[in-house]
Design a protein around this ligand. Structure first.
Ligand code: SAM
Length: 366
């Protein structure tokens, strides 16, 4: 019974990871990173090439970006491997039965104008995938990004770009850092305060990319909405983050999705315009941290030189040229308060006149 429960919980966890990124969201983000891709090997290691818009983006833009190589691997646990092939018609690639659903990789070093129409586009990518040069190769293992063969591919890569499983985000990012890789990956904004991730942001080893906020993901056909939702009640579904479009297709709307990267981008050198001036009445000090409370990032005072507590959304506006990150309120029982803690207290949240505030990041103007 215990084992059954364990299996069920693993399956539920895996299911929660099945959000597929839209091409328009990838295009909107990656247009800011074009200069980084020339001559580089890109690895998408949580991406079924027949389903992933990351593969599609890099294959279509292979020449435009001047890529050296594109590698994509998919995961055996993915419910869409071999099942949908939404981009390229209904053809099944290898095997027809679920038992044949073995993960594979595709490696591309060239995308040519195969239909001779004067341009390289999706039709050429489709033709490439049907040609001998574009055939997938079966992986030996299950395609887990942590497996030996996927790590060997990771070593070849210059830049890793994907939307990884949210439930494994900590491990996923730790692996990229351990192998000293450049990356552009999607994750939940709450990851900012994870004890494994905050120190990387604080030390300017990772920062946020451009988009941060609501993001609409496609979910597989076999994705099940929790039973307590009535599929006919579209308004209620929408207020709980599910959208059914006019064609009956289900989408998941997640409110706080960010891109995490360690590639230099213009945005992180843009100063926040500060217009407010400090008054002790408007910016009270915490009872338990030696800093003032600034409840909105836009209201950081321009004339205060001490420590300030700001919401985690500050990270979306952070420029290391303008501010220094000095700590954060306790997260998951581990403090990052770095000397800001005034009294011995078990309270993880900052207090003002005994009232709890949300998680805060502590910053100081440079
Ligand atoms: C959030 S989805 C995103 C899929 C795709 N990257 C995209 O953006 O459309 C995460 C994907 O990671 C896959 N996955 C889950 N666990 C994995 C693992 N251990 N190794 C590699 N991929 C995994 C899932 O099957 C799922 O397809």
């Amino acid at each position: 019974m215990a084992n059954n429960n364990k299996a069920l919980s693993a399956a539920n966890k895996a299911k929660k990871d099945e959000f597929y990124t839209q091409l328009s969201d990838i295009e909107n983000e990656l247009r800011h990173y074009k200069e980084h891709f020339k001559g580089k090997t890109v690895f998408c290691n949580c991406d079924d090439p027949y389903e992933s818009n990351f593969f599609k983006y890099f294959a279509i833009n292979f020449n435009h970006l001047g890529l050296k190589k594109l590698i994509c691997t998919c995961y055996a646990g993915s419910p869409v491997v071999y099942t949908q092939l939404s981009f390229f018609g209904e053809d099944k690639v290898i095997g027809k039965e679920p038992s044949d659903h073995k993960p594979y990789k595709i490696e591309i070093t060239e995308v040519k104008d195969l239909n001779n129409d004067g341009a390289v586009d999706l039709t050429d990518v489709e033709l490439l995938l049907k040609s001998v040069d574009g055939q997938p190769t079966l992986l030996k293992g299950d395609g887990d990004f942590r497996s030996e063969e996927c790590i060997e591919l990771l070593k070849q890569a210059d830049i890793v770009v994907t939307n990884p499983p949210f439930s494994l985000f900590r491990e996923y990012l730790a692996q990229l850092i351990a192998y000293d890789k450049k990356f552009i990956i999607m994750g939940n904004q709450n990851a900012i305060t994870y004890k494994e991730i905050f120190p990387l942001l604080k030390d300017n080893k990772v920062w946020l990319g451009y988009h941060c906020g609501h993001t609409l993901f496609s979910v597989p056909d076999n994705y099940s909405v929790p039973d307590f939702y009535d599929l006919a009640d579209r308004t209620k579904l929408r207020s709980n983050g599910y959208i059914i479009d006019d064609k009956g297709k289900l989408w998941r709307n997640l409110g706080n999705i960010c891109w995490f990267t360690n590639l230099d981008i213009q945005k992180r050198h843009e100063d926040l315009i500060l217009y407010k001036t400090y008054t002790p009445e408007e910016y009270p000090k915490y009872d338990n941290y030696n800093a003032i409370e600034v409840s909105k990032t836009a209201e950081i005072p321009c004339d205060y030189d001490g420590a300030m507590g700001v919401p985690i959304t500050f990270m979306d506006k952070y420029s290391p040229d303008q501010f220094e990150i000095i700590g954060a309120t306790e997260s998951e029982g581990k403090g990052f308060s770095n000397g800001l803690w005034i009294e011995e207290s078990k309270v993880a949240q900052p207090l003002i006149a005994g009232e709890k505030r949300y998680k805060r990041i502590f910053i100081r103007k440079k």
